[in-house]
Design a protein around this ligand. Structure first.
Ligand SMILES: *[C@@H]1O[C@H](CO)[C@@H](O)[C@H](O)[C@H]1NC(C)=O
Ligand SMILES: *[C@@H]1O[C@H](CO)[C@@H](O)[C@H](O)[C@H]1NC(C)=O
Ligand SMILES: *[C@@H]1O[C@H](CO)[C@@H](O)[C@H](O)[C@H]1NC(C)=O
Ligand SMILES: *[C@@H]1O[C@H](CO)[C@@H](O)[C@H](O)[C@H]1NC(C)=O
Ligand SMILES: *[C@@H]1O[C@H](CO)[C@@H](O)[C@H](O)[C@H]1NC(C)=O
Ligand SMILES: *[C@@H]1O[C@H](CO)[C@@H](O)[C@H](O)[C@H]1NC(C)=O
Ligand SMILES: *[C@@H]1O[C@H](CO)[C@@H](O)[C@H](O)[C@H]1NC(C)=O
Length: 474
């Protein structure tokens, strides 16, 4: 009797546990809903608040997961998702989460390479800002008010609807989000942007070179000119291994604020090694150039409004360079790319307007003195822990290999290519010493000032994640 009784308890244990957990979840939901309703009794806030039992919980959660690595059954899920419609809902969500001692993750819905905006290993509420996506372009003022849930493709499209000679330079991939305050200080609702003027016609080209076509010499020359060339010209360099032909393919993609004759003149004078001819160049409107960069300038403009790209598995890392890489270094880098096989590089020159702003004027510190930034990029299509480990390991090996060529003390990194490998700190308990490790890489000298602001505005470290700005404790 005694034995069978024990057996029964053991057999029932998982169900009892599940039952209690489920009851606890219900209680959390009820308490949260009560808190939200008491602050907003007049409207139906319950239709904006999801728990895992709501049928649309999973689709709401998955709608803005941009990296399949964080779309697994084992990925921690929010206890509650809130999709606010009004500012007051955002305020209530912060207060109710705080009252209940839950971590808050704020998701604007753009790219997020480490999933910090929707994954937390502590009990958490997901504040999903996807309803906040209005864009109000004012050509008289040359400004745009943009809410954080919008993507830059939508912004570009809405500017183009109002004017063919205005633009905003924010990035080349249309599904990058407007938002991204770093989530250390609060929730950003919208930005007021200063538009820039562009000519009715701009010029682009994409010229591809392989190892057999002097790519080392051309890359070498690019390092000396790209950052200093005409301020109206931007040339990005992408390198990827071509295993079929056992070579590296280097694509030079350019954007020029002028016509093709002028561009060829500039190229002949400053970068003749690339051998750009007039028939490599294409003149088009600025909005078409956005499509040229992201996919294909023949695609319909409405492509820019597509908010849901097909999500892949992805890992990113970044570096900054202040000193050109010697030629034998370039050769060894290309050799390593072929050897490792899956890492691609996207290299953006700095200089121009980027260098005119002092390091300390905004939190973003990577200014004059940087010749370019490297993005290490790996995307893959198939899930599984071994596959993931293989791809992530390749980026780490490549990053280690690059150490002698890149910035040091600190080894600088780009916040928007978020990379947890460079250091993390306890959630809700960020320590200054741990925070300094990644904080100086992302913000250099500005880190100390950010810590001061953080300590003033959020001493309890409510707005926290694995790489947030820490509070200075006495
Ligand atoms: C929600 O609550 C806030 C604060 O109590 C209030 O200002 C607001 O009018 C309420 N309702 C809505 C729809 O925002
Ligand atoms: C989720 O379920 C609760 C309880 O059934 C309900 O009150 C609420 O309206 C649902 N929320 C959504 C967004 O459907
Ligand atoms: C997440 O995974 C589910 C399968 O579990 C899949 O149906 C869905 O398309 C995935 N979503 C994204 C954004 O990758
Ligand atoms: C490579 O460079 C050499 C010397 O600078 C030049 O003679 C040759 O034509 C170049 N080859 C190609 C394919 O551009
Ligand atoms: C290999 O080179 C050939 C000839 O240049 C080219 O057509 C092909 O696309 C290349 N293969 C890959 C995988 O890029
Ligand atoms: C990558 O994997 C290899 C083989 O498992 C291991 O020896 C190496 O330490 C790993 N490298 C990095 C940088 O993680
Ligand atoms: C916060 O960190 C301190 C020091 O590392 C540790 O003693 C404490 O237990 C941590 N608190 C929590 C809530 O993790």
């Amino acid at each position: 009797m005694k034995h069978s009784y024990q057996l029964l308890v053991v057999l029932l244990l998982p169900f009892i546990f599940q039952f209690l957990t489920s009851k606890a979840d219900d209680l959390v939901y009820e308490t949260f809903l009560n808190c939200m309703s008491s602050r907003n009794s007049s409207d139906h806030v319950s239709s904006l608040i999801y728990n895992p039992k709501n049928s649309s919980y999973t689709s709401t959660l998955q709608a803005y997961i941009r990296n399949q690595r964080f779309n697994k059954s084992t990925t921690p899920k929010p206890i509650i998702i809130v999709t606010p419609l009004y500012e007051s809902h955002v305020q209530s969500t912060i207060i109710c989460s705080k009252n209940m001692g839950m971590n808050l993750r704020i998701r604007s819905g753009g790219h997020d390479f480490e999933g910090l905006s929707y994954v937390s290993y502590t009990n958490f509420v997901l504040l999903d800002m996807s309803n906040f996506r209005s864009i109000d372009v004012n050509i008289e003022e040359e400004t745009a008010m943009v809410q954080v849930g919008a993507i830059i493709g939508e912004l570009y499209y809405r500017i183009w609807e109002k004017s063919k000679v205005h633009a905003f330079p924010a990035g080349v991939c249309p599904t990058v989000g407007i938002g991204g305050g770093g989530a250390s200080f609060g929730v950003i609702l919208s930005y007021k942007l200063q538009l820039v003027r562009v000519p009715e016609m701009v010029t682009v080209f994409r010229v591809v070179k392989t190892s057999e076509e002097n790519v080392t010499d051309i890359f070498n020359r690019w390092q000396y000119v790209a950052e200093k060339m005409d301020n109206d010209l931007f040339i990005r360099l992408n390198l990827k291994p071509d295993h079929v032909n056992k070579t590296i393919r280097a694509s030079f993609t350019a954007f020029f604020l002028g016509d093709s004759d002028h561009l060829v003149t500039v190229m002949d004078k400053e970068f003749p090694e690339l051998g750009v001819k007039k028939n490599d160049c294409k003149e088009m409107s600025w909005i078409k150039s956005v499509l040229f960069w992201s996919s294909d300038d023949k695609a319909p403009l409405e492509t820019l409004l597509i908010r849901s790209p097909s999500a892949k598995f992805a890992k990113r890392k970044s570096d900054y360079l202040q000193i050109p890489i010697p030629k034998n270094g370039i050769e060894s880098i290309m050799q390593k790319m072929l050897e490792l096989s899956v890492v691609g590089l996207a290299i953006n020159p700095y200089g121009g307007r980027m260098s005119e702003i002092a390091d300390w004027e905004t939190p973003f510190p990577h200014r004059a003195g940087n010749i370019f930034k490297i993005e290490y990029s790996v995307n893959w299509d198939e899930g599984g822990p071994d596959i993931e480990a293989y791809y992530v390991n390749q980026t780490r090996q490549f990053y280690d290999f690059m150490t002698p060529f890149v910035s040091k003390n600190p080894r600088e990194a780009y916040l928007n290519y978020r990379d947890l490998d460079i250091g993390t700190s306890g959630v809700g308990n960020n320590s200054y010493a741990e925070g300094k490790v990644y904080g100086q890489k992302y913000f250099k000298g500005n880190f100390e000032r950010l810590v001061k602001v953080k300590t003033m505005v959020d001493p309890g470290d409510f707005f926290t994640n694995e790489q947030s700005i820490p509070v200075l404790k006495n």
